[in-house]
Design a protein around this ligand. Structure first.
Ligand code: SF4
Length: 282
């Protein structure tokens, strides 16, 4: 069986930065460190961090911060967070570390600095979309999965429309939404599309030819990993999302001659290498 390892793989720059921040915070201070939201969307990575001493909170974020004692430490995720959480931390005299990815931060700043109305394209309920909408009051949401958006509210704002996208959206999802939006707001401007690291992984898959199956290492909770599988399926390739090598071992790969193997942005390199070793042994 031939195995084509897709580049890039392993952590994207934003996830790498957030994980380094978490490790540094755990090493430099022995006071408890609690993660607010999922630092990254990968169960294997989170399990390792918990073993290093990171605490997870069972309560919602606001209750967790409000029950903090002076000097407690919190860690915000790579996906961004409502800025009001930082004020709550200050109020409780708690320390916080900000794992927000620079690309997510750029989107937030573009939204805050834009003088017109913002139409934010994203996935309903995703941390990144929730944080952006909480932080940019002059924004309206467009859910790319259902196609639902409040065009009437946007029209009522009577302003130039700027469009900002959740960083992990697919090029095709953005193009489809823009086509619809332009019918109602022909002058709308795309301010920020998907992030370059997500785009690079997606484009490699969109160009795949002559493979019998695509295996993406990643979690069901990871939007960017599911996106890669969706793109594989959209061009007619049998595509699978596997958290670890055990899930790869459950796949029926009989008769497959060539397999493409890739990973989502929050997947440790070791996870991909384990899968590669297993596939080479078949
Ligand atoms: S996928 Fe893009 S936006 Fe998300 S953490 Fe990685 S680099 Fe940042």
């Amino acid at each position: 069986m031939e195995i084509l390892v897709l580049q890039p793989h392993g952590y994207c720059p934003g996830v790498k930065r957030a994980l380094e921040l978490a490790s540094k915070a755990l090493k430099e201070d022995s006071r408890p460190l609690t993660m607010l939201g999922g630092l990254v969307h990968n169960e294997t990575v989170l399990k390792d961090l918990v073993e290093e001493g990171l605490r997870l909170s069972e309560d919602n974020v606001v209750d967790t911060i409000l029950s903090a004692k002076k000097g407690d430490r919190f860690l915000f995720s790579a996906h961004g967070h409502p800025l009001a959480y930082e004020e709550l931390c200050d109020l409780k005299e708690a320390t916080y570390y900000d794992g927000t990815c620079p690309f997510v931060q750029e989107n937030l700043e573009a939204g805050l600095n834009y003088e017109g109305a913002i139409l934010y394209l994203g996935i309903e309920g995703h941390d990144e979309a929730t944080a952006f909408l909480a932080n940019v009051p002059h924004s309206v949401f467009y859910d790319v999965k259902s196609g639902k958006w409040n065009a009437i509210k946007l029209k009522g704002m009577n302003q130039q429309v700027g469009i900002i996208c959740q960083t992990t959206l697919g090029n095709d999802e953005i193009a489809k939404a823009l086509e619809e939006i332009k019918q109602y707001f022909p002058d709308a401007t795309l301010l920020k599309g998907n992030c370059p690291p997500s785009k690079a992984r997606q484009e490699v898959i969109a160009k795949l030819k002559d493979v019998d199956a695509l295996i993406i290492m990643g979690s069901q909770s990871s939007a960017n990993s599911k996106q890669l599988v969706r793109i594989g399926e959209s061009i007619g390739i049998e595509s699978h999302l596997c958290l670890d090598v055990n899930e790869v071992a459950k796949l029926d790969l009989k008769g497959k001659k060539k397999i493409a193997l890739g990973s989502g942005a929050s997947v440790p390199e070791a996870t991909l290498q384990d899968a590669l070793t297993y596939l080479r042994s078949l």
